[in-house]
Design a protein around this ligand. Structure first.
Ligand code: BGC
Length: 369
């Protein structure tokens, strides 16, 4: 077979960051509010973000052969996020993770916050930041492209004191890193713990279990929990336990050990006390690698803790973005944060924010093969 006419090779098109930020209608809430989806691409990483919950609806990265896959669990339709999402890809606030009995005392004042997880409050209560509609604005800065998401939470919302003005910046760098910068201010003393709830499967969402993924966490201690997954208060050494990820091991290696802590949460669902503590600049804390695709994720943060959750409560009832059911262990979360229940645990790093102060937190996700 001879070639006829002009050679038709693949058309190449170099995207400038500005062109890479595309906005489209994703759906409408029951009250008619329009929810938009923003698509960004830089350095080989493709990110899709919803104005609803600041949700990462899709995050695509290449494997060793340059083939992209969406490595973050989610849904194809807005209705599913509204009806039944276990925080897929969402921004979490005002208080990420659990607060015992939905109660805390600050400056002698007792507060009750929304209880939505047994006796406790989880991820800011039933109407947390994951269910809010954020104001989104695209930006470019040098070779970076990104989104600024803004939300003001009213004084008393979900029981939390103070008007909380929150700004979250998602940046895709020219290296394809995804950086999150959180900022918040308040007009009354309050507590704040913001994080992001991406469910990672580096083989691609819907491709089965992550138990073969290899994980390293730079933490010598973790915070053991009670049956309601509230820290007992005393950090414990990871040495000699299934919680020792200081040297890389697979997630599945010890997940079936007969350890009471793993029984409580049906797998890993704990806060690791990062050896580096709170830092002014993000420092490396974890590496995740999928041996089958070769994809890696490295995380650096300013935060003192990371909640490693091994997708224990995914139970085969949710149909994900690509049309597959999500079952137990089909993804994992690495939520950089202050420790759970800090407002009730005086020995934990403080989560108090006062008028005149600015809450700041940064986490960088670096992808590679
Ligand atoms: C918590 C889990 C919870 C999951 C989804 C995680 O951050 O640690 O216990 O099941 O979020 O709700």
């Amino acid at each position: 077979m001879g070639r006829t006419g002009a050679r038709k090779g693949p058309r190449t098109h170099v995207c400038t960051p500005r062109e890479a930020a595309v906005k489209e209608l994703f759906g409408k809430l029951a009250d008619g509010t329009e929810i938009h989806r923003w698509s960004l691409e830089n350095g080989g990483t493709r990110l899709k973000v919803l104005s609803y919950g600041g949700i990462v609806q899709s995050l695509e990265i290449p494997d060793t052969r340059g083939r992209h896959a969406n490595v973050s669990l989610g849904f194809a339709a807005l209705e599913d996020y509204v009806a039944s999402s276990p925080y897929f890809g969402a921004l979490i606030g005002r208080y990420g993770n659990r607060m015992a009995d939905g109660a805390f005392t600050l400056d002698g004042e007792a507060y009750r916050v929304n209880v939505n997880d047994g006796d406790n409050s989880l991820h800011g209560g039933a109407q947390g930041f994951d269910k809010h509609v954020w104001d989104v604005e695209a930006f470019t800065s040098g070779s970076d492209v990104g989104l600024i998401l803004r939300h003001t939470s009213a004084d008393g919302e979900m029981g939390y004191p103070g008007t909380l003005r929150t700004k979250v910046t998602y940046t895709l760098t020219r290296h394809g890193d995804w950086r999150i910068d959180y900022e918040a201010t308040t007009d009354k003393a309050t507590v704040v713990n913001l994080t992001s709830h991406v469910y990672w499967n580096l083989a691609g969402e819907g491709n089965g279990s992550v138990y073969d993924h290899e994980l390293e966490i730079a933490a010598s201690r973790y915070t053991p929990v009670d049956s309601g997954l509230i820290p007992t208060g005393e950090p414990a050494e990871v040495a000699g336990t299934p919680f020792d990820f200081r040297r890389t091991k697979s997630i599945g290696e010890d997940i079936r050990e007969a350890d009471q802590q793993l029984v409580y949460s049906q797998g890993f669902d704990h806060n690791w006390v990062l050896d580096k503590g709170v830092t002014a600049e993000p420092e490396h804390i974890a590496t995740l690698r999928d041996p089958s695709s070769g994809r890696t994720l490295k995380i650096a943060t300013t935060e003192p803790g990371v909640q490693f959750y091994s997708g224990n409560f995914l139970d085969g009832t949710l149909v994900g973005t690509g049309g597959h059911l999500y079952r137990q262990g089909d993804a994992l979360c690495l939520e950089t944060q202050h420790f759970p229940d800090s407002p009730n645990q005086p020995s934990f790093p403080s989560t108090t924010l006062r008028p005149g102060q600015t809450y700041r937190s940064t986490t960088i996700h670096s992808f590679g093969v």
